[in-house]
Write a protein that binds this ligand. Structure first.
Ligand SMILES: NC(=O)c1ccc[n+]([C@@H]2O[C@H](COP(=O)([O-])OP(=O)(O)OC[C@H]3O[C@@H](n4cnc5c(N)ncnc54)[C@H](OP(=O)(O)O)[C@@H]3O)[C@@H](O)[C@H]2O)c1
Length: 293
């Protein structure tokens, strides 16, 4: 099969690129220079004329705070462009695999893991724009799998792991919020889930029964404080004191979910995947960092 990946220079796209040589299909990697997902003619040419069997959309506007001031761009990339990709996927008879977020939740004070069916309550422009993107895909009539993920990190791109590695090197003491709880997710694990969905589509695309929205994060639960402590401990950064603090001590443009743990029962049952524990994946990611230094 021919797999078209968009936004391929980001965290997830780079992990798929790293994984692709070990997979059976032909992958075409594009980022905004090769394929701007907001350009309907270019998308049609790449997907329909290019005879893609699967489109994996890793492109998005991902800066949650900046989205509050750049609503138009966030809407274009996260809400409108997924609809453009979905229209082309429908015309090509391709599967669209799209990535969404735990930030579609947050407006209600949940304290149990969110299933896919829970009513969405985004709190900011980013969450709303991603929810609209999901809705545009679902309304398009294309075959699709939407994977809602959270707290992504990898050795590629910008992320919390890199920030903590830098801060614990530079500062004697840092404060990290302990009142936001979720699950850190190694982008490589999410890339593995994408590969599983692609294989599933390849095996049964004639009468495909697995379209829909699925949660995917690594296993387990922690706060950003716990995540920072674990990054420091595993990387031997013992010289910096890490203290817990409340979210309101860090004035932010958008209120983030206090509890956005995702329930992964549906993806495990449907695709038969097993999901690594977040600490094990963090160890693996940090060992990659060491190899790169
Ligand atoms: N990061 C997280 O913690 C997180 C959590 C949950 C869900 N997600 C979702 O997971 C997906 C992947 O996230 P990620 O962290 O891998 O994102 P990322 O690192 O920000 O990568 C996104 C890529 O898309 C590119 N892009 C921007 N505009 C584009 C356009 N018009 N056409 C094509 N490509 C364009 C970006 O290029 P530039 O860098 O040049 O803009 C970047 O290379 C996204 O849908 C995101 O919403 C992320």
């Amino acid at each position: 099969m021919k797999i078209l990946v968009t936004g391929a220079d980001g965290q997830l796209g780079s992990e798929i690129r790293r994984m692709a040589p070990s997979l059976p299909d032909e992958y075409v990697f594009t980022d905004v220079r090769e394929l701007d997902i907001t350009d309907p003619a270019a998308v049609r040419e790449a997907v329909v004329d290019g005879k893609a069997d699967v489109v994996v959309n890793c492109a998005a506007y991902t800066n949650v705070d900046a989205a509050e001031d750049n609503g138009e761009l966030a809407e274009l990339l996260n809400a409108k462009a997924p609809g453009i990709l979905a229209g082309a996927a429908r015309e090509a008879g391709a599967l669209l695999i799209h990535i969404s977020t735990d930030y579609v939740f947050g407006g209600e004070p949940y304290n149990t893991p969110c299933r896919e069916s829970r009513p969405c309550t985004p709190t900011g422009v980013y969450g709303w724009s991603k929810l609209k993107g999901e809705q545009a895909i679902a309304a398009s009539g294309c075959k699709y799998v939407i994977l809602r993920s959270a707290w992504l990190y990898s050795s590629f791109g910008h992320n919390f792991v890199k920030t903590i590695l830098r801060l614990t090197e530079e500062k004697p003491r840092i404060n990290v919020v302990f009142d936001q709880v979720g699950t850190p997710t190694f982008a490589r694990d999410l890339a593995g889930a994408v590969a599983t969905v692609i294989a599933d589509w390849g095996a049964g695309r004639e009468d495909y029964q697995h379209c829909g929205i699925y949660n995917y994060t690594d296993e387990g639960v922690c706060s950003w404080f716990d995540f920072a402590k674990m990054i420091a401990a595993l990387s031997g950064r013992t010289g910096c004191e890490i203290l817990p603090c409340h979210s309101d001590e860090f004035p932010a443009k958008v209120k983030r979910p206090a509890y956005s743990v995702l329930d992964k029962s549906k993806i495990k049952e449907t695709f038969g995947i097993s999901i690594p524990y977040w600490v094990d994946s963090l160890k693996e990611c940090l060992s990659n960092f060491k190899q790169q230094i």
